[in-house]
Design a protein around this ligand. Structure first.
Ligand code: RRO
Length: 303
């Protein structure tokens, strides 16, 4: 028997596979595909205080081994999501993570406080890294001081474990990771999507109205691994690796690089049952390589 569990310090997950925000709806959409109990945890689509309609179409565009998105945070608002969370909690005891968003620091705090009060919610993931804000705008995760200030305020106003989701669109990931840690983050997750763009030769226009969009999928895996490595070297809190993971082998590569868990994103859109396959693959590889538990390989990359 192999042990797939992973200890984040504030919680032990039965396995390292977490479904990523924005690729797994609110969880209930996937109940017809597989039993949600098998997941380590799942993150709901990011939520703002009030309902929002998101960006105009097109919202997604396929690239070589990747996906560009400019979804723009549509959602039902915090009040409606509270009802959804109660419904999901009746379906599964798998830990529910709320991806907290805001246009202003005040909104982030308000949304975080609302879900902090819910027993059905296990953790908060602070999404300070959405790439699809107004063109030229900066998200909080692109600024050390803003990251520190916001994370610090959220920690002072909430009591649940706080994961801070970082952006790859920065010059120095270490300094942002350290700011999040110093401000009280319990964990960091990275990476959100890389800024990219697509153009349409026929119309001679950009594909997306917002010009830029966020790139995810296998194309970004090597870039994500590098940033996860740098983050792991910089902080003492656990790191959740995200970026182009499609197989059990990919998951174990991130664990070897030092991640304590991973999030599975774009593959959920292509293959809704990907998590089931990936968890089985992790188990099979561990058996084959005689790895009894994840700690045996976590951060053991030989440099
Ligand atoms: O909804 C989005 O456009 C979006 C978000 Br909030 C995010 O964090 N990352 C992303 O690629 N898209």
């Amino acid at each position: 028997m192999v042990d797939l569990s992973t200890d984040l310090g504030f919680i032990k997950l039965k396995n390292p596979v977490i479904t990523a925000s924005g690729t797994f709806g609110y969880g209930e959409e996937f109940q017809d595909f597989f039993n949600l109990d098998i997941l380590g945890a799942f993150v709901l689509k990011g939520i703002y205080k009030n309902p929002r309609s998101g960006n105009p179409p097109p919202r997604i565009h396929e690239t070589a081994s990747g996906l560009l998105n400019s979804i723009g945070l549509p959602g039902p608002g915090a009040k409606e999501l509270q009802k959804i969370v109660k419904r999901i909690h009746r379906l599964t005891k798998t830990p529910i993570i709320i991806n907290v968003c805001g246009d202003t620091d005040e909104e982030y705090i308000e949304v975080a406080e609302i879900f902090d009060k819910m027993d059905e919610v296990t953790m908060l993931e602070l999404n300070i890294s959405c790439p699809n804000i107004k063109r030229g705008g900066k998200c909080p995760a692109q600024d050390e001081k803003h990251t520190y200030k916001l994370v610090n305020q959220i920690k002072h106003n909430t009591s649940k474990p706080l994961i801070v989701k970082l952006s790859p669109n920065v010059n120095d990931i270490s300094s942002i990771a350290i700011s999040a840690e110093q401000a009280g983050a319990d964990c960091i997750s990275l990476v959100n999507t890389f800024l990219g763009m697509a153009v349409d030769l026929d119309s001679k226009r950009p594909v997306f109205k917002n010009l830029f969009a966020g790139l995810s999928g296998p194309a970004i895996k090597p870039l994500a691994l590098k940033l996860v490595w740098e983050a792991v070297q910089s902080v003492h809190i656990p790191v959740i690796g995200i970026g182009g993971i499609t197989s059990g082998r990919d998951v174990l590569e991130f664990i070897l690089t030092g991640a304590s868990a991973v999030q599975i994103g774009t593959i959920n859109i292509v293959e809704p049952k990907a998590s089931v396959r990936i968890i089985k693959e992790i188990e099979d590889i561990m058996k084959k390589l005689n790895i009894k538990n994840l700690d045996e390989i976590k951060g053991k990359l030989k440099i």
